[in-house]
Design a binder for this molecule. Structure first.
Ligand code: PLP
Length: 474
């Protein structure tokens, strides 16, 4: 592809994306293909000769597109959003065009320094206290793994890095504490970091499914008494099932008292802290050693982009740093080299898309959009509460509502679970709405998360109508 063709096809592709973003709701939101259908439609062998770009795009539309679930669809209410925006897409494209690898300051000073600055801006927007510094990671899972590695090395005085599992006394394992509502990435991170599943201590939650700090204190003390080694607390601000908010202001002092690493996972909810009326969700964040939230979930920066902040970058660097001659530069003592702030060596120039988004929207508009999503979720919860046959199953502090259909006279959870699973399956098969579920104390709960860029009130109204239509045939 020469530059003339690149221009032509590039313009066409931008037109295609613009049209798509304007009319994503033309497609069924959840792809309706069967397993294997897309792969079977693809040739068995790679092409031996080059093909015209137009032919590739044709196949994209005919073969690939039917197998796409449309995360940018205004009626996407599943999981948590991974929302997006035009400025972010352009930033991503520009980053691909530059092809920068931001592993060292020298390999692109602007990439490093812009990343430092957008992280400082993000910190300011969410009201993070001074003293935190950050870098962009691919996902919250990676950031949490980095935090667990930091905790492990703090507890072992860097002996695990040096000697591996032999540094640990098997009778005195390192322990991690998180609530039973914590995300699965904590368990995955604990496995990779060598803690082991059985050393994750599950802390009770209160009626709002937030971590009980008294149970945390009790379980840490019990571990100490038994000769085990408390190491790290992972608190969640905005749990995945219900967006419960663990009380950092009470958890922090417990972690401090026992000299434990405190990592805060606010993957979705952190973005909400740009709203003054939601700042309380981070009350107590000053106790944290590390903190992650995902602009790629709810701040209009396309996937992937996780903002990972630490209080002591020197410790993170010491945990991660390996210093081969081929990566050394003359300015290493004057600059930040992000190669040692995470797991990857090579790093994309993600700061560009964050910068585009923050500048294009400005904080006032970002606040307006998030407040709009939260208001819609609140309104939806109000409709459920006012309807006799529906119930809201957890508090709704942010954008996510857990609920179920509960017709009068049908009180067996087992039966209600089957009814609600049936409603979800029919809603999703109909293709207009996509939502997913969770299970709360054995009860199947439908989940509606409002957070797509194009979602407006009428889309939530449609979701409510569709749910009632499908419930009527239950
Ligand atoms: N933590 C929480 C609370 C989440 O809800 C999620 C995903 O929804 C994650 C972590 C994982 O995020 P990522 O896909 O960025 O690793």
């Amino acid at each position: 592809m020469d530059s003339k063709e690149f221009r032509q096809e590039g313009h066409r592709l931008i037109d295609w994306i613009a049209e798509y973003l304007d009319h994503a709701d033309r497609f069924p939101v959840l792809s309706q293909v069967r397993p294997g259908e897309i792969r079977n439609a693809l040739p068995d062998h790679p092409p031996s000769g080059g093909e015209p770009f137009a032919a590739i795009m044709d196949d994209f539309e005919q073969v690939i597109l039917p197998g796409v679930t449309h995360w940018n669809h205004p009626r996407f209410f599943a999981y948590f959003p991974a929302n997006n925006s035009a400025p972010s897409i352009l930033g991503e494209l520009l980053s691909a065009g530059l092809g920068v690898n931001a592993m060292l300051w020298q390999t692109s000073p602007a990439a490093t320094e812009l990343e430092q600055q957008v992280m400082a801006w993000l910190g300011e927007l969410i009201g993070l206290p001074g003293g935190f510094q950050g870098s962009i990671q691919d996902t919250a899972s990676t950031a949490t793994l980095c935090a667990l590695l930091c905790a492990r090395e703090k507890a072992t005085g860097f002996a695990f890095n040096a000697r591996g599992p032999a540094a640990l006394d098997p009778g005195r394992p390192l322990r991690i504490y998180c609530s039973r509502e914590a995300h699965s990435s904590v368990i995955k991170g604990a496995r990779i970091a060598g803690f082991g599943d059985e050393n994750i201590v599950t802390i009770d939650v209160d009626g709002a499914r937030a971590m009980d700090p008294d149970d945390l204190a009790r379980k840490i003390e019990a571990d100490r008494d038994a000769g085990r080694r408390p190491c790290c607390v992972v608190a969640t601000v905005g749990t995945t099932s219900t967006t419960a908010i663990d009380p950092l202001a009470q958890i922090g002092p417990v972690a401090r008292q026992h000299d434990l690493w405190l990592h805060v996972d606010a993957a979705l909810a952190g973005s909400a802290a740009i709203l003054p009326e939601k700042r309380w969700i981070l009350d107590g964040i000053e106790h944290a050693d590390s903190f992650v939230f995902n602009p790629h979930k709810w701040l209009f920066v396309n996937f992937d982009c996780s903002a990972f902040f630490v209080r002591d970058p020197g410790h993170l660097e010491r945990v991660m740093a390996i210093d081969p001659a081929y990566l050394q530069t003359d300015r290493d003592d004057q600059v930040t080299n992000f190669r040692d702030w995470g797991i990857q060596l090579g790093r994309r120039f993600r700061a560009l898309k964050v910068w585009f988004v923050l500048r294009s929207y400005g904080s006032a508009r970002l606040r307006e959009m998030l407040a709009g999503h939260i208001a819609l979720a609140g309104e939806f919860a109000g409709w459920l509460e006012a309807a006799p046959d529906w119930e809201v199953m957890a508090p709704v502090p942010l954008n996510t509502v857990c609920f179920r259909y509960h017709p009068t006279g049908r009180n067996l959870d087992e039966e209600l679970n089957a009814i609600n699973k049936g409603i979800m399956d029919r809603v999703n098969a109909a293709g207009r709405i996509y939502l997913t579920h969770t299970v709360l104390d054995g009860r199947f709960a439908l989940r509606l998360a409002v957070g797509q860029t194009g979602t407006q009130r009428r889309h939530v109204v449609e979701a409510w109508e569709e749910l009632r239509r499908q419930a009527a045939s239950a």
